[in-house]
Design a binder for this molecule. Structure first.
Ligand SMILES: Nc1ncnc2c1ncn2[C@@H]1O[C@H](COP(=O)(O)OP(=O)(O)OP(=O)(O)O)[C@@H](O)[C@H]1O
Length: 267
């Protein structure tokens, strides 16, 4: 579905992302992981044509066979939201402060479709329900009236409004507490299973994607150092940097792990 070949990102003479290949299929969860500054965000922004003007991307980014890299901004605007949607770490900036969530969601549908007012409202409420929010109250709320977790759920609902094929989630849970973060990951996992949407999940923390990622791409200093099926990388990492990343995941003593597993089975 999404096929990236030889993608590079440059700033003047500096190469920030070295030739990168990535394949993301329908229903797949691919985690792009690595330390801060390794080039994860630049890679994800290049996909949606969101790189700042001082940065230049080369190579090929194809979505279902259509080359994206050299699209004009109006062409990218057509694709963002409809084909590729983003959820960012900074959920506060996903919404304008003094406009209700409902109005902002409605505007998103209005800009891309010719649905009637009633159809748009129906869709907004259905999507808020899909992310397990009390739909009507949240639809009528201002962003500052919601908690961080609720806002991020509303941002996810907005990202999904136009049924995109790919969801790019750039550290969407990093600013949330660990329980909320876990519930957001479970939510996206459920939506992925229900809709078949492909997920590109960006994280510096491999713990987050231990249970969800099908595929991993490990980046360091702008280069992919290891990629493959996540279970094989988790159990048999080959690059020393991957080993280092994995060793930073705290291991629970086995009796606690067992208790945790039993608890998960029973909830
Ligand atoms: N506009 C820019 N001009 C020059 N260098 C940039 C620009 N944007 C990003 N960089 C540099 O490119 C490198 C990769 O940045 P990127 O944001 O992709 O890293 P990241 O892996 O997403 O890190 P983090 O987890 O901290 O978000 C960093 O060294 C960053 O300083």
């Amino acid at each position: 579905m999404l096929s990236i070949r030889g993608l590079t990102v440059h700033h003047q003479l500096q190469t920030l992302v070295h030739p990168l290949d990535l394949q993301l299929h329908r229903g797949e969860w691919l985690a792009l992981a690595g330390e801060s500054g390794s080039g994860k965000t630049l890679t994800s922004l290049a996909i949606g044509g969101l790189l700042s003007a001082d940065l230049h991307a080369h190579g090929s980014i194809q979505l279902e066979g259509k080359e994206l890299l050299h699209l004009s901004e109006p062409e990218f605007r057509h694709i963002r939201g409809r084909e590729i949607a983003y959820v960012f770490q900074d959920y506060q900036s996903a919404f304008t402060p003094f406009i209700t969530i409902g109005k902002q969601m409605d505007e998103m549908i209005r800009a891309h479709t010719s649905l009637s007012r009633q159809q748009r409202q129906h869709s907004c409420l259905a999507h808020l329900e899909q992310v397990e929010l009390p739909a009507k109250p949240v639809y009528n709320s201002y962003p500052f009236e919601l908690s961080g977790g609720q806002l991020q759920r509303a941002a996810i609902a907005t990202a999904l409004l136009l049924s995109p094929k790919v969801l790019i989630a750039d550290e969407p849970t990093t600013a949330l507490d660990s329980l909320t973060s876990r519930s957001i990951i479970q939510l996206i996992q459920r939506i992925q299973q229900e809709t078949g949407i492909a997920i590109l999940w960006i994280t510096h923390d491999l713990r987050q994607v231990q249970r969800t990622a099908d595929t991993l791409l490990i980046m360091k200093s702008g280069q992919v150092v290891e990629s493959g099926k996540s279970h094989s990388i988790f159990f048999h990492p080959t690059h020393p940097y991957t080993v280092q990343l994995l060793s930073s995941i705290p291991k629970l003593p086995s009796r606690y792990r067992l208790e945790l597993q039993n608890k998960q089975v029973n909830t």
